[in-house]
Design a protein around this ligand. Structure first.
Ligand code: APR
Ligand code: ZN
Ligand code: ZN
Length: 363
């Protein structure tokens, strides 16, 4: 099959031929119909971040089940599915408490080093990012990663449920547990931050302040439910949020991955507020906060968030259903449909403006 691989950090995406192994007992092959370009894939392609190279990135996938291993029970050939990397083993203590994003046995969903690799580039095995490897015509994954979706949701919308939606909206609904009347600030209105905004709106937040540097992103944020827009290029976002909320927000979300904006998130909180850090930070990043004056005295919390604390088997069907009822916006997240060979160009455009998500729809 055709795939866009990264051979070394900074080398860009290269179209290559990959061979797939036969699915193991619990594995399935999915024909990929749509694959979203998440910022995490870009970070790994640029900086490696400790992942083995070469690597097949991409983890926001929707498609149709093409083959199933003999012990697969949750999906059948022909089913439409979204892939979500936080599937969980299903039987560890965290999974049994509906916290697959803290699964203690994730390695059991992968093949061991003594087994035939799932994918080969030329003759060598190639790593699948997060057990997916979605920038390709097909993915070979453990059955737990595949979540059945309704037949009337378009693939390009359905793929976003697998990462951007559960990460962004899940942080608002599951991790923070926003209640009607809470005030919320979201710093960074990309594909993930826009979902935090609409998750906060769904949960009933009274005020949702969107912070970004790009006017086009702020306009998009309004469409997803932001009540106030703050351009951090024109003012100090901390002062702006404190003014708009009369003293600070109940929750502030950092959805970029920078230390300066993570510090801003803490400083714009009300007494007792919580800063939720979603953006992936470079290894070694430190925060410069005054512990007593900025954390202890104002009783604030700093919470690290992974994958929106989602249980994807519950959340993905829920968001799909809300979308089909017109109560959750996925259509405006898809800014561009691209071919597999256009990944580098589409990521360049993400940096320059107006793009929420580019989605590969031609393989
Ligand atoms: N202040 C405010 N906004 C900023 C700043 C800043 N200093 N720097 C960048 N931004 C905005 C960009 O203009 C953009 O709209 O942050 C947004 C980031 O969006 P994307 O690049 O689309 O990233 P996204 O896919 O949403 O992911 C954001 O979440 O899951 C993680 O790995 C992901 O770390 C990444 C983060
Ligand atoms: Zn588990
Ligand atoms: Zn992602």
């Amino acid at each position: 099959m055709r795939a866009a691989v990264v051979r070394a950090p900074g080398a860009g995406f290269e179209i290559a031929e990959i061979s797939l192994a036969e699915p193991g007992p619990q594995e399935i092959v999915i024909d990929v119909k749509a694959s979203g370009l998440c910022h995490s894939d870009l970070s790994i392609s640029q900086h490696g971040m400790g992942f083995p190279m070469p690597v097949l990135l991409g983890h926001e996938v929707a498609g149709v089940v093409a083959e199933v291993g003999h012990a697969v029970t949750t999906v059948r050939v022909g089913d439409r599915v979204t892939v979500c990397m936080v599937a969980g083993c299903g039987i560890c203590g965290e999974c049994r408490r509906s916290r697959p994003y803290r699964c203690q046995r994730v390695s059991t969903l992968e093949r061991g080093p003594e087994e035939e690799p799932r994918l080969r580039l030329e003759t060598e095995g190639i790593a699948q990012f997060m057990g997916v490897g979605g920038f390709a015509e097909q993915v070979l994954v453990h059955q737990n990663l595949a979540i059945p979706i309704p037949s009337d949701i378009p693939f390009e919308a359905a793929c976003l449920l697998g990462c951007g939606v559960v990460t962004g909206a899940g942080a608002a609904i599951n991790t923070a547990g926003i209640r009607p009347g809470d005030t919320v600030a979201v710093i960074g209105c990309g594909g993930v931050g826009l979902n935090t905004i609409q998750g906060a709106a769904l949960a009933g937040a009274a005020r949702i302040i969107a912070v970004d540097l790009q006017p086009a992103k702020l306009e998009l944020a309004r469409r997803f439910g932001a009540t106030d827009l703050v351009n951090g290029a024109d003012c100090d976002p901390v002062e702006a949020v404190r003014d708009l909320t009369g003293g600070g927000a109940t929750y502030a979300f950092e959805v970029i991955g920078r230390s300066s904006t993570a510090e801003q998130a803490v400083r714009m909180l009300a007494v007792g507020g919580a800063a939720l850090l979603i953006g992936v930070q470079k290894a070694g990043t430190q925060l410069g906060l005054d512990l007593f004056g900025e954390i202890i005295l104002p009783q604030r919390r700093i919470v690290g968030v992974a994958m929106g604390s989602t249980n994807p088997h519950i959340d993905i069907p829920m968001f799909a259903s809300l979308y089909l009822q017109g109560r959750f916006n996925l259509d405006d997240l898809v800014s561009e449909r691209i071919g597999l060979e256009e990944i580098d160009r589409a990521y360049d455009d993400l940096a320059s403006g107006g793009v929420a998500r580019a989605v590969i729809t031609r393989f």
